[in-house]
Structures are given as structure tokens and as C-alpha cells.
Design a protein around this ligand. Sequence first.
Ligand code: FAD
Length: 334
Amino acid sequence: MNNKDYKGIWVFAEQRDGEIQKVSLELLGKGRELADILKTKLTAVLLGNDVKKVANELIYYGADEVILVEDKLLNLYVTEPYTKVMTEIIEEKKPEIILLGATAIGRDLAPRVSARIHTGLTADCTSLEIEEETNNLLMTRPAFGGNLLATIICPDHRPQMSTVRPGVMIKLERDEKRGGEIVEYSSKLTPEDFNVEIIEVVKETKEKIKIEEAEILVSGGRGMGNKENFSILEELAKELGGVVSASRAVVDAGWIERDRQVGQTGKTVRPNLYIACGISGAIQHLAGMEESDLIIAVNKNASAPIFEIADLGIVGDINKVIPAVTEEIRQIKG
Ligand code: FAD
């Protein structure tokens, strides 16, 4: 089979409880761009039970086509049946590129599928481009602890597969005028395809913080000094309608929970406003926030690397600057 026989770009449309995950919409945005360059079709692949009602959303966000596989047996994500269905449709339809979110589900599903269909997979990509001469997908990801960026290609096998972290790509504006086709595909799953049985799903009762969805982040680093001092960031975040996030140093110190960590081994964020307080600006931290629209940094060391990427820098002690800014905002708001 020749590489040229593989056509089209697929995005795995991850859904939970029938809700399409934001990363899948972001991947449709990137997929649209790549499909236009390759002059090919962008397809979203939606697996689940009773999910037809959200299929059109995938078209509104850029897909030309949705492959819809509905089955009661696909109600909850389970590795083996999802892998089986994905593998079957890939082998039948032969896409050129498949993109998945680097979520718990995507990270579980992608390597299984790639092994079954004997192709390569690049995990945690931060950039995807098409190489002009060859039309190969250039998949770039941080390597060696984020000290360099490696661009990986999969020239001899198809499809080319990649996972991408939430918050890295940009979703298109939702447009109900966008048209597309929904193609229903029936799965051949039977209960024998299950090697595990889900007896009960216990949802975490604590409300999950999704820093990657916040428009304003007030982020604290080791310079905050201690856990208690984060209350001044909470106050500022409250006035701004934002959320508190942090550097890894702070997470490792146990001052804040891990799902608030920004950076290479944390979340990639792209808020409208990122306020870095007592964060030095290590490359691994910058990797997760440098695409923010507006970056304000507060640091007592004028030569801290964070100032190199900040749009606005304040050299000063956070203990003085942050409460003063919060107070000023309160005054303005009246
Ligand atoms: P520091 O580097 O210690 O900086 C503290 C800053 O606070 C200093 O610039 C100091 O001048 C300033 N300061 C101190 N007191 C005050 C004050 N009173 N007022 C104002 N400023 C003050 N890091 C991440 O953040 N996210 C990641 O995902 C991540 N992944 C990593 C992966 C690998 C493989 C490795 C090797 C490292 C990773 N790191 C990550 C760690 C990273 O290299 C840095 O160690 C970390 O980001 C430093 O955190 P920080 O900026 O809070 O602390």
C-alpha cells in the first residue's frame, strides 16, 4: 500500500457524558488549516452512545464530515472497544493524519491504535505543520526536559498520528452556516470485546479547576514565599474574575494542587491575561504560558528571564505590589 492511498485528516472527537471536549474543537481548528494546505477533507470521528445530537457542533467548528459511531457499548470510554472501533474504521477508510487530544483518554487510546495499525505516534506536540516538498506532517514537541524542540516525521508509514495538549491549538469561531456531512458507521462490538467491566463511575466531588479554560490567570511562584501568602493572589484573582495558577516549584512544595500547574509538565494555557508573580521564567514554565495574549510579570529581580517575554514588567516586592493593585481595582470598581 502506497502512502498516496491515504487521504484526509481525522480528529478524534473526544466526548464525556455527551459533551465534546474543548481540545477536540481546538484540534479541528488546526486540522482545518492542515486540510486546506493539503486540499483534503477534515473528518471528526465521534464515538459514543446517544451522541448524534452533538455531531453538528463538530461541523460548526470546522469539520467537513463527521464519522459517527453510536453504540450502547461505547457509552463510557473503555480502551479495548474504542481501540477496536477506531482501528476498524482507520483500516477501512485510510486517513493520512489522525490528531487526538493529549488527555487521559487520548493518551490511552492513541498508542494502542498506532500499535495495532503499525504506524508511528508523536505525543504531546506543540506545533504541527506540513512540509512543503513532501507533504509530510512535521510534528514538533519539547524534548530533553524542554531544552530543545524536536521535529518528528513519520515518512514511511500512514496514517501519521499525533496527540496535542489542550490549550495549544486555537479553535475556530463557531459558525452554524458551515455545512458538512454526517456519516453513520455501525460498530461490530459485542460484550466479548470487553476485557474489563465498569461497575461504577465515581466522579470527583471536588470541583475541578480548569486553568486552561480561564481567561485571566494570576500565577504564583516560589517568590510568594509560603502557602499562606497565596491568599493575596486569590484576592486579586477574585477582583479580576480570574483563577490562581502556579509554577511547578510551588506545586512541588505542596503549596497548591497539581492541576493548577502551568508549564511543560503542567497545563498549557493561553489566557487573555497572565500575571506572573514571583516566577523566574524558567523555559519549562514559559513553554506553558508564553502564548498568553498579555503577560504582566512582578518580580523583585530586574534581570529575571520572565521579563524577556512580559508585555509589562513591574520590578518590586509582590507583598507590596499585589495588594496595592488589588486595592486600586477595588477603588476603580467602586
Ligand atoms: P524560582 O525559579 O525559584 O523563582 C522565584 C522568583 O521569585 C525569582 O525570580 C525571584 O527573584 C522572585 N522573588 C522572590 N521573592 C520575591 C518577592 N518578594 N517579590 C517579587 N519577586 C520575588 N516549572 C514549571 O513552572 N512548570 C513546569 O511544567 C515545569 N516542568 C519541568 C520539567 C522538567 C523536566 C524540569 C527539569 C523542570 C520543570 N520545571 C517546571 C521547573 C523549572 O525548571 C523551574 O525550576 C520552576 O519553574 C521555577 O519555579 P519559580 O519560577 O516559581 O521559582
